[in-house]
Design a protein around this ligand. Sequence first.
Ligand SMILES: *Cc1c(COP(=O)(O)O)cnc(C)c1O
Length: 495
Amino acid sequence: MPKTLGKVRPHPAQNEPLLFELSSPGKRGCQLPPLDVPETNPEEALGAGNVRREIEDFPELSEVEVLRHFTRLSTWNYAIDLGMFPLGSCTMKYNPRINEAVARTEPLAWAHPYQPEELSQGAMEIIATLEQYLAEIFGMPEVTLQPAAGAHGEYTGIMLVRAYLAAQGNPRKIVLVPDSAHGTNPATAVMAGYEVKTIVSNEHGMVDPAAVAAAVTEDVAALMVTNPNTLGVFEKHIGQIAEILHAKGAQLYMDGANLNALVGVARPGDFGVDVLHANLHKTFSTPHGGGGPGAGAVGVKPHLAPFLPAPRLKREDGLWRWDYRRPQSIGRVRAFYGNFGVMIRALAFILAHGGEGLRNATLDALLNANYVRARLEPHYQIAYNARSMHECVFSDARQEKFGVRTGDIAKRLIDYGFHPYTVSFPLIVHGAMMIEPTETEPKAELDAFCDALIAIAREVEENPELVKTAPHSTRVSRVDEVAAARKPRVRWVRG
Ligand SMILES: *Cc1c(COP(=O)(O)O)cnc(C)c1O
């Protein structure tokens, strides 16, 4: 077995059977005393067809077996609490425990979202306060917290643009999207009924104002731009681009998934953005991944505010009220008022840091990314020679000569005890390796990560096969990713 330098060790016996296979008849996790009241007849109460007396193949185990099974499985997993998560564009930062402590306070965790407004004043105050802080951070007067994710925020934002333009008589036909964009941007534009036109990035990996000027017509509703973009490069012509769009009556949408590079330093509202979303589950440290709850807060300039999803909070006679009478609103985009638990965590993060702390977090995120870039540049090809913000994008150009691609290097990182970086995105970089350390990583962790990638660069030259067949330390090495996505087998059948 090849030598591995990893610090994260999986459980030595990676042969955990399924619960069904561990089962033996008659075992019980807990025992209840015999029933001492007359048993109601479930068949009578529910109808015979709705009752199962026996569940075929239901696993039967003792408590300790169940506990150990899941604990062992958890040791195969990688988590932000175990080590760095360098996934670029995802801003996988550590989730401070204070967020959890606050979110789990009983009156917050157990409040019903539809209990009367008079009994929900505290919860409404939390939502209003978070909206106000985000408005300040975005440089936008109004914010909605209803959307449940970044992509959902994009959809809400473009629907706002559509409603605003329609109110003026013409929703227009086209949304411009740079070729470096996240796939959710064109998807959003299409879902909102627009045709997508691509803007090709220039040699610095930026959107060229001249390219926007050439593309924007009276048919263009908006440009969706990510800033800093997915190459980790700040779109320095953003102010000029906003002017070009506005002169033609088009709107500037900003994908704020990369807000971790801006908070406390620059405000999108100040550089001409009309509407943006931010991912609370990225920038504001709420748990992230597995498709779990998120929040795609959307901020708007005053002209778009009448169209925001209803209901909106308003203050009346010293109390918070939900205002449903919003005749121009695009309507609800989600049940209840958004993912409240996520909002609490984000507000806790903001309050725990304060303005100065948030700004420092941004500066540390930039410092960490540039440190990683400086250490790796002698060994890997930087994709664009522009300044990096909070993430850096390399390509596998030097390793490709040895037949090793970005996906192979990412797999080999697993043997060194790290989660892979983002592979093959953005699409405009051939063999992209996208790394975002975030501010939460200490220098020792960054060094261990860079050491691992540098060691892999050496392995690529000396023994490419070792990298191409990685990982060697996991229970399963390479899976058929296409089959896993297209033909998932999610049900266990006794073999
Ligand atoms: C993460 C991300 C999104 C989508 O956000 P979700 O919360 O995953 O829906 C959109 N754009 C960019 C640039 C992102 O990194």
